[in-house]
Structures are given as C-alpha cells and as structure tokens.
Design a protein around this ligand. Structure first.
Ligand code: ADP
Length: 249
C-alpha cells in the first residue's frame, strides 16, 4: 500500500530525514518509535503533504493504475501533493480541530469542501462514524465543550470520513490525561482489526507491541532497526535501540 524510498528532508542546515525507507502492506500497522527530535513527525508530515521532502519517492495505493507515485527528486506539482493528502489522513497529537466549528462540521468539512461529496451523504457518514465512537450526541457541540479523549475521537472520525487509504497517527494519546488514553487506544485497535493500513508514531510501547506488525526505531533521521514488534521491543539488536528502550523502562 505504501512504499517510501530514500526520503530526505532538511530544515536549513539541519538534515532531519537522511534517507528513510518504509513499506506498509495493505491492512498492516507500522509503529515508529525513537527519541524526541529523531524525525518521526516529519516522516508523517511528508506522507501527508504537510512538508515537502527534498528527495526520495513515495508510492501509495499499490501497483498498477491506481498507484500514486511522487518523486521528490524531480518536480512535484501541487496537484500531486493534493492527491497525496487526499489518500492519507492524519490524526494529530493536539487534535487540531477547528475551534469555531461544531463536531459535525469538523468531520464533514473535508468531505464536502475538499472532496466535493454531496452534503447529505457526508453528514450521514459522519453521524454513523460518530455513533461508532460513542459521540453522536455531541455532534452539535464545539471542541472546547469536549474532553481531550472525546476531541481525539473526533479527530479520528474526521480522518476516517476522508476515506483515506492510509491513516497516520502522530502520538495520538500523548496529550491526554492517563485515564482518557485507553478509550482512544481502543478505537485505534478496532481500526487495526478492521484492516486499516496505518503508521503510528507512539511512545506507548505496550500498545506498539500489541498492535504493530512492524516496529521501526528511528534516531537522528535514519532507521536504526526494524522488525516484528516482538523482536525489536524485546530483543533489540542495535545498541542505540537498547539504550532508548532501557531509558523508557
Ligand atoms: P520527532 O517527531 O521524532 O520528535 P520531529 O520530526 O518533530 O521529531 O523533528 C525532527 C527535527 O526537525 C527536530 O530537530 C526539529 O526541531 C526539526 N523540525 C521539525 N519541524 C521543523 C520546522 N518546521 N522547521 C524547522 N525545524 C523543524
């Protein structure tokens, strides 16, 4: 579903991504872990068209006619970036809901305004998704009237409403009070079981172990180690991975 090769990105003289490769088969979950500043969020932002990489390729949607392939070594048009954004949807650490819009408006804004889907269809789908995460009765509320956990569940519904091929989660629970984390992780786990293709940046190692088909440890803009969650988290081969995991214990 997703194939990334040699992704590079610098901010001024700071080389933040120094050749990242990433493969996510359809229906699989990849967890990105690593120290703060190692480039994890930047990877997600590049995959969602929020940052323009300096080099590398991103192919999304499998082989054949349906594939979107962007080569950042050459010229990439705005149209291609919009196409990438249309196929991947991001769930942010701080939810990033529009504060002046109701829950329902937050969820339907993308499908109606950007994807030009019929309003009645978008509203129906939004209501169905909100019901699923137990928030239908909050559809006319504003974000400030919701708890962090509720806001993040709206953030997830907003991403799903775009019917993306790929879901990107950027530390989706790290801004939440501990008692609200479980609900949000529960929703993400259900999505994995349903077969969504996902990349998750997370500090929740227990969650990564449970959920992820593959764990990737990044440090300083490179992939240091990757493999099945049970191997990378339990028996890391690289010293940098070992040190990182020890610090979290
Ligand atoms: P992580 O998610 O692993 O904590 P980030 O991808 O957020 O790492 O950041 C990696 C590095 O890129 C950091 O040094 C950060 O300061 C830098 N960085 C991220 N975004 C920007 C930006 N918009 N402008 C300048 N530097 C940035």
């Amino acid at each position: 579903m997703l194939k990334v090769r040699g992704l590079t990105k610098s901010f001024g003289s700071n080389a933040v991504l120094r050749g990242i490769d990433l493969d996510v088969p359809k229906g699989k979950v990849v967890a990105l872990i690593g120290p703060s500043g190692s480039g994890k969020t930047t990877v997600l932002r590049c995959l969602n068209g929020l940052e323009m990489p300096d080099g590398g390729t991103v192919a999304l949607g499998g082989n054949g006619t349906g594939e979107l392939r962007l080569d950042f070594g050459g010229k990439v048009s705005r149209k291609e970036i919009f196409a990438l954004r249309d196929r991947s949807a991001m769930v942010f650490q701080h939810y990033n809901l529009f504060p002046h819009m109701t829950v329902l408006q937050n969820v339907t804004e993308g499908p109606i305004k950007v994807q030009k889907r019929p309003r009645t269809q978008a509203v129906e789908e939004a209501e169905r998704l909100l019901a699923r995460v137990g928030l239908l009765e909050k559809k006319d509320a504003y974000p400030f009237e919701l708890s962090g956990g509720q806001q993040q569940r709206v953030g997830i519904v907003r991403a799903l409403a775009l019917r993306p091929q790929l879901l990107l989660f950027d530390e989706p629970t790290s801004a939440l009070d501990p008692e609200l984390v479980g609900d949000v992780l529960g929703v993400i786990k259900e999505l994995a079981e349903e077969g969504w293709t996902m990349v998750i940046v997370t500090h929740e190692l227990g969650f990564a172990r449970q959920m992820a088909d593959e764990v990737i440890f990044m440090d300083d803009g490179v992939v240091v180690e990757r493999g099945p969650a049970s191997e990378v988290l339990r028996q890391p081969q690289q010293e940098r991975t070992q040190q990182f995991l020890q610090r979290l214990l």
